[in-house]
Design a binder for this molecule. Sequence first.
Ligand code: AMP
Length: 192
Amino acid sequence: MKLIFLGPPGAGKGTQAKILTERYNIPQLSTGDMLRAAVAAGTEVGKRAKSIMDAGGLVSDAIVNQIVSERIDEPDCAKGFILDGYPRTVGQAEVLQDILKEKHTKLDAVIELVVDQNALIDRMKKRVEETIANGGKVRSDDNPEAFAKRLVEYTEKTAPLSKFYSTTGLLRKVDGMTPVKDVTKAIELALK
Ligand code: AMP
């Protein structure tokens, strides 16, 4: 099963992707997590990405395309994977098509979590509160300024992917405003 999760920041892509990885026994490939790991490790990619990520902007297509292309060659992706946070631009989606063609494989579905944008800031604040309560480290882009920029980037650069994938017949829109369990059920139904 090869899936993409689409949706604005705070839509629940990470949460749902995590649940599905257990159900289907395939890895969640979060470009955000991979970039944060590169920043933490102080790699060249991490150094180039850090300030862009902190400000809520998008890292260059070339960087993320390469990260994903290399990651899906790893053995744990042989049975499938869930892309969470990639592609984020039409350019990335086009490159992904080429990458998958080269590897003689293709996507099974694109799940778009449809949410009310007004609820997203509150979800981000809740995530920050929960992270603090659990003694975790708050993401450097989970603050009102960077979050607002992430929403603008989503609307301008990522939202057009919904149309891009609807023309391929792969798009499944799911209501992301219901409780987590119900969203999971709706996704499973959409994948049948
Ligand atoms: P996320 O964890 O998916 O919210 O991503 C956090 C940040 O990582 C984003 O705001 C971007 O700066 C960067 N990022 C993650 N995925 C991508 C991508 N596919 N293209 C460009 N930048 C990305």
